[in-house]
Design a protein around this ligand. Structure first.
Ligand code: SF4
Length: 275
């Protein structure tokens, strides 16, 4: 197996994230997944948007593309369509991924292009000062909702499944081995795969809501994350207090490129018949 450090630009460490932020754990996990799959660095592209997690591309020793807010998937789509032989990852936060970039997310899922979206969900816009996002749970205290948000937050994994993603998983920063394994599975999956990483923002969301330190947040994620069997056994009214984690969905379907090749073949045959 390749050394995961080969995929990281360790000379740029320490990372820019706040102490206690879980983004460093996610970064290491993606690098370990790349190493486990023995990905060739010159055939791997990491696309990012804007936000704290959007800075992750700084630390990968692969090809990287740092784009605009909410557009990591659109750039990733262009890269993958032009060069299908590349392994393409789009890294987004919840703001980037399902708020400002929400439309790109659902259409990427239904298109089933063979790439991986990794969304670190810390339930708020960290980089711009802790405003609420489309994944902030109803009632969340943020810098733009001092009396609690009025809207329900997206369940990112349910949104991905409903939109057509063919591999969907949710992980947390405490169960790192599971995170490594599922990110590697998502990258290896043929089709559009999504991994939601429940993430800790101790500077804003955790401080305003759970009133917890980074260590307490790790305990919180550990205790509140349940496998499908345990989650389904909970009384309905209890479920909103827990996270369903693990691999939640995987189906085998033709990906975008397979359908595109089939379409080209049909068009060529029709053209030959007509001529
Ligand atoms: S603001 Fe929040 S998400 Fe951003 S680096 Fe700090 S702790 Fe992490």
């Amino acid at each position: 197996m390749t050394d995961y450090r080969d995929y990281l630009r360790e000379e740029l460490f320490p990372q820019m994230w706040c102490s206690g932020c879980s983004h460093g754990i996610s970064l290491g996990s993606i690098a370990r997944a790349m190493a486990a799959l023995n990905l060739e660095r010159h055939k791997t592209v990491v696309s990012t948007g804007i936000g704290c997690w959007g800075k992750a591309d700084d630390y990968f020793r692969t090809h990287v593309f740092h784009g605009t807010h909410g557009r990591a998937l659109s750039f990733a789509t262009g890269i993958k369509v032009a060069k299908p032989e590349l392994t393409v990852l789009a890294l987004m936060g919840d703001g980037d991924g399902v708020t400002i970039g929400g439309n790109h997310f659902i259409h990427s899922a239904r298109r089933n292009l063979d790439m991986t979206a990794i969304i670190t969900n810390n339930f708020n816009y960290g980089m711009t000062g802790g405003q609420y996002s489309a994944s902030s749970p109803e009632g969340s205290i943020t810098t733009t909702s001092k009396y609690g948000t009025m809207e329900e937050g997206f369940d990112i994994c349910s949104l991905a499944i409903a939109s057509g993603a063919t591999f969907v998983a949710r992980v947390n920063p405490y169960h790192v081995t599971q995170m490594d394994k599922l990110i590697a599975e998502a990258i290896a999956h043929k089709g559009f795969s999504v991994v939601e990483i429940l993430s800790n923002c101790p500077t804003y969301f955790a401080r305003y809501n759970q009133k917890a330190s980074a260590v307490e947040m790790m305990k919180y994620f550990k205790e509140r994350s349940l496998s499908r069997k345990k989650y389904d056994a909970l009384p309905e009214e209890e479920k909103e207090n827990y996270f369903l984690t693990g691999k939640l969905h995987q189906v085998v379907k033709d990906d975008f490129h397979k359908k595109y090749k089939d379409l080209q073949k049909r068009a060529r045959e029709t053209a030959e018949e007509v001529s």
